[in-house]
Design a protein around this ligand. Structure first.
Ligand code: NAD
Length: 465
């Protein structure tokens, strides 16, 4: 009998659906189909590929309510945030559509100014760009529309076929995405979903593929990098973060506290760029902490189907015990619990939003990605100590500094190794800027024009007349 994946509602712990998992023969067959179809897709005029993607974009807008209901049911994401994600995806698609022609255009980079050696012909040099071929996109559940479309939209626009493995926690959403792409005109052999857990992802990596684009955790990224290394194919990894924010002593700490509370707790802290550790200058520490805790306590916690809910259940059951262990470690090492600190009574995988003070880098909560509604706030004596602590991590996704002086903030951010640098903002993604991590946060970039060219391989042409 075929293996099935059980989709559980994190708010009710009830089974929503069982979905058949792809076995290795099915996976091999899907990859083979993609190889057969990809050259035909790549040979189509760009306008045809754009047309299909624009239809998909419009379907997202038209069907946002029902798509959001599915996302909320399987991940526990509050319905308003689910809808925000779905409606936030079209502007990213628009960026790719508007910029793809420019990125794939063949460029002439040299032409002999004169025929230097008589009879030798005139030399011209061009760079052309071709799709990679069939790429595997192994994706995360926390923002399936954002992180998925960052990969499969530019991949499809540039003429690649995509074999797409949604997270086992967002499988119904992955299948809904596939249905809409096919309805929009993307051929079924050009975008192919593969269903299953990490084992299915690992089986996919054994196939003949031309690139791997992964979004997920550092440990999984590391095992994927190891698995595909002998293939010598393109590998892009968008991994986790331990994103710091520093509040300088020249700001209104109370208004910064409100913004940072949202940056830390939106989507229950289950964002790669969620603020995961906060350093506050000693001069503004007390008013900051008071307002921060008050804001967190006012967040509306409840069933994710309620439009007013800000914090729903965690998407993964095991995260509840991971967070409980982090707290135990921190409290045993001297942290103070300012609010929260415990799972809520069931049903549902709820955890009370938690703020810790008196934290240090001896505690796991300040070192490992928490990926939940928990934050540590640490007092610092000044900018030098803040920089040292912000830098004390293997990750490098984002970093934020709050200051009334741009020069001061930029000077601090330049000393912190991160793919994104925020002055007076946080937890923000722009389609115009590369989304990229350093160190354990990954390799390569999505979004921006770099996030289009990453799906292309260049060819250098030496043409002599
Ligand atoms: P995960 O690493 O547990 O799983 C990600 C995907 O990899 C899933 O589809 C899973 O089935 C698959 N997988 C697991 N083991 C595999 C293996 N051995 N071989 C192939 N595939 C395998 O991550 P997650 O829990 O889905 O997502 C949360 C993580 O993703 C967090 O660390 C978060 O920070 C990170 N993330 C990063 C970004 C970014 O842009 N940098 C965006 C979103 C999420």
């Amino acid at each position: 009998m075929a293996e099935v994946l059980s989709v559980i509602n994190p708010a009710t712990e009830k089974l929503i659906k069982e979905i058949s998992v792809d076995d290795s023969a099915a996976i091999a067959n899907k990859v083979k189909r993609a190889h057969g179809a990809q050259p035909v897709w790549a040979a189509k005029p760009l306008a045809e590929r754009i047309e299909a993607i624009k239809k998909f974009r419009n379907f997202l807008v038209e069907q946002a309510d029902s798509l959001a209901a599915t996302l909320t049911a399987e991940t526990g994401k509050p319905i308003t945030q689910a809808k925000n994600e779905i409606l936030g995806t079209p502007p990213r698609i628009d960026f790719f559509v508007e910029n793809v022609a420019k990125v794939i255009a063949t460029q002439q980079v040299y032409q002999d100014p004169w025929q230097s050696i008589p009879g030798s012909g005139r030399l011209e040099e061009f760079i052309s760009y071709e799709p990679l071929g069939v790429i595997a996109n192994i994706s995360a559940w926390n923002y399936p529309y954002f992180v998925g479309s960052n990969v499969f939209i530019p991949a499809l626009l540039t003429g690649n076929a995509v074999v797409y493995k949604p997270s086992e926690i967002a499988t119904m959403t992955g299948l809904a995405i596939a249905t809409l792409l096919h309805k929009a005109g993307i051929p079924p052999d050009i975008f192919i979903p593969i269903i299953g857990t990490g084992l299915v992802g690992a089986t996919l990596l054994k196939q003949s593929i031309d690139g791997v684009f992964f979004t997920g955790s550092y440990p999984t990224g590391q095992s994927i990098a190891t698995a595909v290394a002998p293939k010598l194919i393109k590998l892009q990894l968008e991994l986790g973060g331990k994103d710091p924010a520093y509040v300088c002593n020249d700001v209104d700490a109370t208004s910064v506290a409100v913004g940072l509370a949202d940056g830390a707790f939106y989507n229950n802290g289950q964002s790669c760029c969620a603020v995961e550790r906060i350093y506050v200058h000693t001069d503004v520490y007390e008013p900051f902490v008071e307002k921060f805790v008050q804001t967190v306590q006012e967040f509306k916690l409840g069933v994710p189907t309620n439009a007013e809910t800000y914090l729903g259940p965690l998407s993964r059951k095991r995260q509840v015990s991971i967070i409980a262990q982090l707290l135990q470690d921190a409290l045993a090492k001297g942290a103070q619990l300012l609010c929260g600190g415990r799972p809520l009574d069931g049903p549902g995988w709820y955890f009370a939003p938690t703020v810790l003070s008196d934290v240090t880098h001896e505690m796991t909560v300040m070192r490992e990605e928490t990926f939940g509604p928990v934050i540590g706030v640490q007092r610092v004596s000044g900018d030098d100590e803040a920089v040292a602590l912000m830098q004390d991590t293997d990750y490098g996704l984002t970093a934020a500094v709050y200051s009334s002086q741009r020069e001061r903030a930029v000077g601090i951010l330049e000393q912190v190794s991160s793919g994104s640098a925020y002055w007076n903002c946080c937890d923000r993604v722009s389609p115009r800027l590369p989304w990229t991590g350093r160190g354990h946060s990954g390799i390569g970039s999505t979004l921006s024009t770099l996030g289009i060219s990453t799906f292309l391989q260049p060819r250098g042409w030496h043409l002599k007349k």
